[in-house]
Write a protein that binds this ligand. Structure first.
Ligand SMILES: [Zn+2]
Length: 312
């Protein structure tokens, strides 16, 4: 898709692997995922807010900066065991590999937007359970880790904060950057949610089942923002998981839609008011009610655009 002439009152846009051929090619979606007809509703709503661009495919060489070369070679060739497929949550197919590359390419494209405009968006991404040499939890490639490494390697950022507010701990990300002082891995998650063996990140806040808005927002205020102030990042990745919402099939924290919107507002404002480039990736969302999930996703986009509007 060529870049459309924007008719929007702002310069921002979103990349998405949902538009790529690999999405139509399967594999069949998991029952927890947004059904295809609702994906169209989400894309239509997002398209009313900003231009949507097809995800560029990531070069394998960039994936190799984070992932084990033999791991990538085996997945590329389909030399994957049943146990590995079970850990991922999908059977292997060429489309699984292509989707991983498209989603990671979308995040890297969003990085370029963030550097140029202050905000970059992948309407997907956030596959934070992918480790250096194994896939799990619907995550084959760790898109945010690949992009963070690119920023460091190219000298485009020196202190990167990964603000992971998906309801599941970003275990792959924490493991990958455990010995990297230039990347601050921060996760607020459900104590009783997958992964049951959590990694140690730079800041981990584990909340009890049914925590709700007040406890969640207090954790942001008391732990997350003080840690961000102290680290003083020059680039932020935000994993805006909607699986913190009440009614999520895989999450246990039970935030209200208003609570999720408040969470998003605070994160975007924190970065926007300081002029720190931010990449938004959507991460998880498996609500029983597709309309609830779509409203939350669109609310996240609105929060991002509003915060950027307040900056100028
Ligand atoms: Zn999640």
């Amino acid at each position: 898709m060529s870049t459309p002439v924007s008719t929007f009152p702002h310069p921002y846009r979103a990349f998405t692997a949902f538009l790529s051929a690999s999405f139509a090619a399967g594999p069949p979606p998991r029952r927890q995922f947004l059904p295809a007809e609702f994906r169209e509703t989400l894309l239509a709503g997002a398209g009313e807010r900003l231009p949507l661009l097809d995800a560029p495919v990531l070069a394998w060489a960039l994936a190799e900066r984070i992932h084990d070369a033999d791991y990538l070679r085996r997945w590329r060739a389909g030399e994957v065991t049943r146990a590995e497929e079970r850990a991922l949550g999908f059977p292997w197919s060429p489309a699984v590999v292509e989707r991983g590359l498209a989603s990671s390419g979308a995040t890297l494209a969003a990085v370029q937007d963030a550097l140029a405009l202050g905000l970059g968006i992948n309407l997907g991404g956030g596959t934070h359970h992918a480790y250096h040499a194994h896939a799990e939890g619907f995550s084959f490639l760790n898109d945010v880790a690949i992009s963070a490494q690119w920023l460091l390697d190219e000298g485009r950022a020196a202190r990167i904060a990964i603000v992971d507010l998906d309801v599941h701990q970003g275990n792959g990300t924490a493991s990958i950057f455990a010995a990297e002082p230039r990347v601050f891995t921060l996760s607020v998650h459900g104590a009783n949610n997958y992964p049951f063996q959590k990694e140690v990140g730079d800041l981990d806040v584990a909340l009890p089942d049914g925590a709700g808005d007040a406890a969640y927002l207090a954790a942001l205020q008391d732990s997350v923002f003080p840690a961000l102030h102290a680290f003083a990042p020059d680039f932020v990745f935000y994993l805006a998981g909607a699986d913190v919402l009440e009614g999520d099939q895989l999450g246990r924290l039970a935030l209200t839609p208003a609570g999720v919107r408040e969470r998003d507002d605070r994160v975007f404002r924190w970065a926007a008011l300081r002029g720190i480039p931010l990449v938004l990736v959507m991460a998880g969302g498996y609500n029983k009610n597709p309309q609830t999930l779509i409203a939350a996703r669109l609310g996240t986009l609105d929060a991002a655009l509003e915060a950027m509007g307040q900056r100028v």
